[in-house]
Design a protein around this ligand. Structure first.
Ligand code: BES
Ligand code: ZN
Length: 629
């Protein structure tokens, strides 16, 4: 998950021409780490946006969103004269006072990768809302424009956004920081016959004119701004849940995600009411770069979890859990990401346990712990901490399994120390106390001290808690998930390796996806051709329709140069764009001398179908350069 370059911001020289004596916001001159949010150039300590009204038209020919945004705001410091917004690759046409239509002076600074260009606007005397006429560019990092051929039905184009972490600024000029929340309304015009959906109230009706209105009455941070447009069918699957998907995915998704309503109930029982009205799922085309994205009221979901047996629906539990951890209580800066993802991974496990039983939850925990340990072994100490804010990071690894799984195991440790009932009550109160707020790791620690550590100083020694949050590695107090089901598999593998058991004698009939994944990961890394072939014959891995099992098998096939699987490898990489599933395969090919050319060839063909973020992730892996291909 090397997505975000963490870098210092230098002076934005293009702003020098502003009149002297005007208050130039701090944000412009400060260096990144001294800023309240290193990833935003907005002066949100002076003035905060409170409401957006968007009016956008989707131009599929030019791959541009065109229109305007009206921004309401509140001055926190009355003397504030300027508002600085984050933008990236936006074309700004005009800035005016929304009430009088009078032009306002503005300045777009030169680009400071990866932050983009600060847009500085002189605020009107009367603090009237400001209106910005603008358009996005085809290269917007937060949007993917798909041609009809890249969709399931092949007839209509498709557009979707992915704003987290700092990509909302590539399609809306705003304060792009999770520290600021605002409500929004939108009117979106799309080609007739297509449907627009957003992270807001969505209507089941298709509008014949292609004009859609949205309202998001709860205040959200910018990374939860989301839009998708396409030939989307709709199906309500339970009282509070509906699915939007291209027609061929609709029924399979309705089956796969049938447990969603139970998941909502389970989470409400634990942590209090779901605060967002309905909960819908949008199934995206396979190029969606993530597994899921917790856009409020409408989680965005990869079709690669539609396995046919609900075995990968913990992803839904995860995105749903964000309705509490993340969307309700939000990390104030991206270096506090574990407050979103660690809490969410913990809640995901609690939901999975309630809905699918303890066995499945523990198997997933064991797989995640193995993954985390492997990943940590290659990470510098600074990146093994939950809170990465206190250290000067110059690396790109803000996002890793650390925030997710170390965070999750930390919460599980606290739960086991104080007991479930007590810990559930604590978290429930935490969500109530910080609802619709953004917090930092140290705010969380203070709250934890006041509300839990003070009651259980022996069971939760402050030193150990600090070691979890600020220390590298995994504290040895960690509870290691153990399951008989995986022990049995380990035994079978060693019996087979020592010749005591044939592959066809291993009883696999009732294995779940998690057991297959453990089996594949427990095999020796180096296997000869005969053995690879025997495994493939016995278990048909090369043709597995389960995207996770196929991924692990293809990785093994690359490592062992198992040619019969290459055909599937090529199809796989050309049909899926989820970074977690494709990046490791390219990395493995580039590490294998005689497969580097194959990797480059596959990529050159597959790249145009990938999302801009996936391209950014794979380009350096295969040393891709536009001119070289
Ligand atoms: N919010 C994340 C996705 C994300 C994280 C996007 C950081 C951009 C920056 C989402 O909730 C997530 O964690 N998705 C995971 C789900 C998995 C851990 C169950 C994914 O996409 O694989
Ligand atoms: Zn998440």
């Amino acid at each position: 998950m090397r997505l975000l370059a963490f870098c210092f911001v230098v002076l934005l020289s293009a702003c020098h021409s502003l009149p002297k004596n005007n208050h130039v916001p701090n944000a412009i001159n400060d260096r990144t780490l001294t800023r309240p949010d290193p990833h935003s150039m907005a002066n949100f300590e002076d003035v905060v946006i409170t409401h957006l009204s968007l009016e956008l038209k989707t131009d599929f020919d030019d791959k541009e969103l065109k229109g305007q945004v009206i921004i309401q705001y509140k001055k926190l410091k009355p003397e504030t004269e300027y508002m600085v917004l984050d933008t990236r690759d936006l074309k700004i046409r005009r800035v005016s006072a929304a009430d009088s239509n009078q032009s306002l002076s503005w300045k777009l600074a030169s680009s400071q990768p990866p932050l983009g260009s600060a847009l500085q606007i002189k605020l009107p005397e009367n603090s009237a809302p400001i209106k910005i006429d603008y358009q996005s560019r085809p290269q917007a990092t937060g949007l993917q424009w798909l041609t009809p051929l890249q969709t399931a039905t092949g007839k209509h184009p498709f557009l979707f956004s992915q704003s987290q972490a700092i990509h909302a600024r590539s399609w809306i000029p705003l304060q792009d920081t999770p520290a600021v929340r605002f409500t929004y309304q939108a009117q979106i015009e799309v080609p007739k016959g297509l449907r627009a959906v957003m992270s807001a109230k969505n209507s089941p009706e298709l509008n014949p004119e292609g004009v859609y209105s949205f309202d998001m009455p709860q205040p959200i941070p910018s990374y939860l701004m989301a839009i998708a447009v396409g030939d989307l069918a709709y199906k309500k699957i339970s009282e509070h849940v509906a699915i939007f998907a291209e027609q061929p995915f609709l029924e399979p998704a309705a089956y796969e995600f049938a447990k969603t309503e139970d998941m909502i109930e389970a989470t409400e029982e634990l942590y209090g009411d779901y605060q967002w009205g309905d909960y819908d799922l949008l199934v995206l085309p396979p190029s969606f770069p993530f597994g899921g994205m917790e856009n409020p009221r409408l989680s965005f979901i990869t079709p690669t979890v539609i396995a046919g047996d609900r075995s990968l629906d913990s992803l839904i539990a995860h995105e749903l859990a964000h309705s509490w951890s993340g969307n309700l209580v939000t990390n104030a800066r991206w270096c506090d990401l574990w407050l979103n993802e660690g809490f969410t991974s913990y809640i995901e496990a609690r939901i999975t346990e309630k809905v699918h039983g303890q066995e499945r939850m523990i198997m997933e925990a064991a797989l995640n712990l193995q993954g985390l340990q492997k990943e940590m072994a290659d990470l510098p100490e600074a990146e093994q901490r939950l809170s990465t804010c206190e250290v000067e990071l110059d690396s790109e690894d803000v996002f890793s399994g650390v925030a997710y799984d170390k965070g999750r195991f930390f919460l599980e440790w606290m739960e086991k120390q104080v007991g479930r009932a007590e810990f559930d009550a604590f978290l429930n109160q935490y969500f109530a106390d910080f609802a619709f707020q953004s917090i930092t790791s140290s705010q969380f620690l203070t709250y934890l001290q006041d509300n839990l550590i003070s009651k259980y100083p022996q069971k939760l020694p402050l030193e150990t808690v600090k070691e979890w949050i600020y220390g590298p590695g995994l504290p040895d107090v960690l509870y290691v998930p153990v399951t008989d089901r995986f022990e049995v598999i380990n035994d079978r593998i060693s019996a087979w390796q020592t010749g005591r058991l044939r592959l066809d004698e291993i009883k696999t009939e009732d294995w779940t996806t998690q057991e297959w994944l453990h089996f594949l990961r427990a095999l020796p890394e180096s296997l000869d051709q005969k053995t690879m072939q025997a495994l493939d014959r016995a278990f048909h891995f090369s043709e597995s329709q389960n995207s996770e099992i196929a991924h692990d098998w293809l990785l093994l096939s690359i490592q062992n140069r198992y040619q019969p699987a290459y055909d599937r490898l090529i199809r796989y990489l050309n049909s899926i764009g989820r970074m977690k599933l494709i990046v490791p395969l390219y990395e493995a090919m580039m590490k294998t001398d005689d497969l580097q050319q194959l990797g480059k060839r596959i990529y050159a063909k597959a790249r145009p179908g990938y999302h801009p973020l996936a391209q950014q992730a794979v380009d350096p892996v295969v040393n891709y350069s536009e001119s070289g291909h």
